[in-house]
Each structure stands twice: as structure tokens, then as C-alpha cells.
Design a protein around this ligand. Sequence first.
Ligand code: AGP
Length: 612
Amino acid sequence: MCGIMGYIGHRDALPILLDGLRRLEYRGYDSAGVAVLGNGHIEVRKAAGKLARLTEVAQTAGLLGSVGIGHTRWATHGLPTDQNAHPHSDCTGSVVVIHNGIIENFLSLKEALVARGHTFRSDTDTEVLAHLIEEALAAGAGVPLEEAVRRAVAQASGAYAIVVLCSDQPDRIVAVRQISPLIIGLGRDETILASDIPALLAHTRDVLIIEDGELAVLTRRGATIQTLDGAPVRKAPVRITWDAEMAEKGGYAHFMLKEIHEQPRALQETMMGRLDAEGRVELDGVAYTDEQIRALQKVWVTACGTAYHAGLFGRWLIEHWAKLPVEPDLASELRYRDPLITPQTLTVAISQSGETADTLAAVREARTRGSRILAVTNVVGSTLAREADDVLYVRAGPEIAVASSKAYITMLAAQAMLALDLGRRRETITPPRAAALIQQLKALPAKAQEVLNREDVVRRLAERLAAADHVFYIGRGLDYAAAMEGSLKLKEISYVHSEALAAGELKHGTLALVTKGTPVFALVTQRHVYEKTLSNIQEVKARGGDVIAVAYDGDEEITKYAGTVLRIPRTDDMLAPVLAIIPLQLLAYHVARLRGNDIDQPRNLAKSVTVE
Ligand code: AGP
């Protein structure tokens, strides 16, 4: 999730680019760069770290010109260094490219380009585009930049937005959108491009929203849009009425709600380029060998809070598909006992930030006992990523709300891929079963969107629950893992006391707290324990509890047991938590909103807990 800026007009480009990048800071970044075209020559400046560093470097260099592009990077390929920061150039320095997203086939493209004599200066996937455009421009005299870009992107697969500048064609900027967002602002004798609206509002409120598969040519006088096949696209400008704060949140009232709604796209990015139709999984950053995996005797999963709940899901999948015993362990507990971790153990450490002190301490403890460490994290170059042997990035993009949503859901998808990979390498899952699961995984983003489209039902339910003092969540198996996360979400932002229980445990004590009207969420997606959970629901109903079920579409039986049913589309039961958590996240959000709480920064909590 990077920030993109482009400017072509009559003013100095540099201050406009830097100001736009600053307004995109909330998207998170680890490095930044600008390229300015003046006097037929492109000057590039880049810097890892804070934007202030780039500002200093670029201002000292005194880059002059009224055409330019700028970028803040959230690393996906290659560490956050000056070298890997965008823009990236071709061999001649006359083409520069910035990019948001992932080029899935960059390795094979890079190999072919190197074989044809191109020199690469970074570890990024982006740089292949600069060299492909260089080749397309060299193919004949007078090839327009847009045509060269079209030929280059025809060879690339993935999800991206790219912006290209060429010193030989200084009257234009070319941009292509393939899934990642791009917006063009129309000013007076100037045209501005950004990955998000807040970066444009200081200059104009009239924008063109570029759609997937469209290419835009920006000039000082405006922009023309065409499809990637060259067919012209006509679109009317849209007037933006949001204030600056609303714009940062994409029009949502809170970052948390925005992040909940970003989940379909986040899931898509997690899986991008890692799964194929034959049931194979290709996990970039994971370097273990078949021999190492076959020698494993146990997997330890360690994490805190929401990441731990994600680990409980991973435990089920690894046990089921890879037939390896899995021990989930809260990171804050692991190091204070004598965990039987050995060199035949794989320790999977899960952390959105990759900086949680408890998780890092647990990892170091596992390391001293000889375990290989596999990190599942969202932050490239984080301490956890640096200390691990294997890193599986979840690619959720920056998560700003303290309460985790999209990081959790992408941790689930990442672990599903990990469990499939372990199962394939250990030959404990058949290729047809793996292929069927991959189909189900790939269908999850669209199904997640269907759940989000039903937000109104949850909003109404929240009105009924906003005054509750205690709420319980029950489920068996994977439903229990999802129930724990649903309960934590409600607690941390609405401040309503809640507890999650394995449904069968309720009768062993906590049932004493269920009285007339006590809200009890019952998750019933696991068919092998469906009847058993219905019995537990009966126990709640017999005490007057208000049962709210989370169930599949088409499950009519449940309506005899639950007054309210939150529906999710059918999927493989092993993947159901990915969908079941969404109504529970929305419920927590709307209850917190009705109670007037500070949703993005709940009391007493921090986004990343760097103390033990
Ligand atoms: C989740 O909503 C919380 N913010 C918290 O439980 C969090 O998941 C935990 O502190 C772990 O953080 P990490 O994923 O960055 O390691």
C-alpha cells in the first residue's frame, strides 16, 4: 500500500509532490522518493525512513521542473532502503516508474531482462517495468510513451497502479491502474495524480477516478483515458465534497471501519501470486526445504491478542492438513515455563507490527532451543521479520486503528496457505484436495464483500445490544477460535464485558451468568459439531438468553434456535472464520459508535505493545 503523486502543470513540481506525499502519510511508509523533469532531464532523489529525510535531500538538491512524480513506499519486495525506494529508472535514466502493488511474475521478467543485458539497481519488482518500457521505446522511433507502457504492462501480471515519466516525452505522464487506486485531479492548466483523494484537495475538488484496466495520459491541459487495448474511455469529473479528515479515512467515519471494508482487497493481495490452479503454493520469503519440513516433529505457534487468535486458526489447519501436532502458546507465557521446543520444531510467530515485545521475546527463547522461526507479519523489515528464518508477509497494508481487523483476516489467509504448503510437502494432503481448497480460498474476497454488503443487519442489531453489560460468544472448534476474536473486538472498542467460550464448556460454570435477555453469539459453521452446538444453544435458551447465530446462507435449521441470524456465504468449513469474523467486527464497531467511544484509539491500549 504505497502513496503515489504526479504533477504536470505550470508550477514547481517538487513542493506539490512533497505536500501530497505528506498528506498520504497516514497510509504508512518506510521510504520515499521523487523524480522531477526539467530542461529535458530527470533528477531522482530517494530516502529510506521519514518523509522529512526525503524533503531535506530533495530540497538541498534544488530539483527544478514543472513535471514530476513522487512515491511513499510500503515495502513488499526488498528491504526499505534508499536503493529500493521508488522511483526506479531504466538503464539510461530517461524512464522512471513508481508503482503501488505487486508484479507477480517479476522474477521471470527480471531474469529475461538481465539475459538481454539490462542492469538492475534494486531488489524491487517495480524496476522490471522501467526496463520493459525502455525496450518498448527502443523498438522504433517515435513510439509514444503510452504505447510503450501498454506493451510493458501486457507482459506483467499482478495488481498495481503505475506512473511513468520519460525525459524524451516531457509533455505527459502515463499511468495505469490494475486494481490499486489512482485518482486524477483536474486543476487550471495543471493535472495532478494521486493514489488517494486527500493529496489532491489542496489543489482541486474535481477528479477523475481511474478504473481497473484503464490507462491515463496526463498533460497540462487535463487527462485522456483509454482501455489497455487503446479504446477511448469517456468519463465525467466527480466533485469531492469531503473535508480533509474524512478524505483520509476514505469517507468512512473511522479508520477501523475503513480497514474492515478494505478486507476483500487485503485478502486478494495476501494470496496474489502465491496460489496456482494445480494446488501448488509458492510462498515468497519462505525458504525451508522439503527435507526440513519432513523432519519436523512439532509446530509451535506464538503471538499475542488478535494475532494469537489468528494462530488458533492456524493450529487447526496445520494439524488437519499437514498432520503435525501444533502447540499454540501466548507469547507472554511461553518464555516463563520450560517449553519443549527442539530443533525439530518450527516456531510460527505471528505479529501485525513485528515489534511486539512479548512475541519477540518468545521467538528468541525458541531460537535458543534450536527452533527454526517463521514470521507471519505485516511489516516489511520489522524486528520479527529480520530475526526470522522465513517470513510470510500478510500484505494487509498499513493498519492504523488500534483494533486489528484486516491484519487478522490476512493472517488467517496467510496461515491457510502455509498449512497447505506444509501439507503438500509432507504429502498429507492430496493434490485434488489442495486444488479444491485453493479454489475456495480464491473465492473468499468476493464472499467477504458479500458479508460487508449486509452491514445494515448488523447496524440494527448493534442498536439492540448497545446497552448490554455482558455478552458471550460460543462456538466449537474453529468457531471457538473466531468467537475469541469477536469477543476481543467488542471488549477493546465498546468496553462491554464479553467472554468467549468453547460451547461445550458453558455448562461447566459460565452458564450461571446467563439470565433473561443475556446476549449470546453462537457460531455454527462447523458441520461436524453442528448438532452439539445446537444443544449448547438450547441450554442458553432455557435460561432466557438472547441467542444470535452466525451461520451459513441456507442453514434453515438454525432459525428454530436463534432469534437473529447473521449470515455468511458458504465456504469450506476450515475457512469459515475468515467470513464469520466480519459481522462480529462490524458489530463491535457499531456498538462502540453508539456508545460514543474513541474507536480508533480505545482507552488504555496501544497499536504496538513494545514493552513486556
Ligand atoms: C488487537 O485488536 C489488538 N490491538 C492486540 O490484541 C494486538 O493484536 C496485539 O497487541 C498483537 O499485536 P501485533 O500483531 O502487532 O503483534
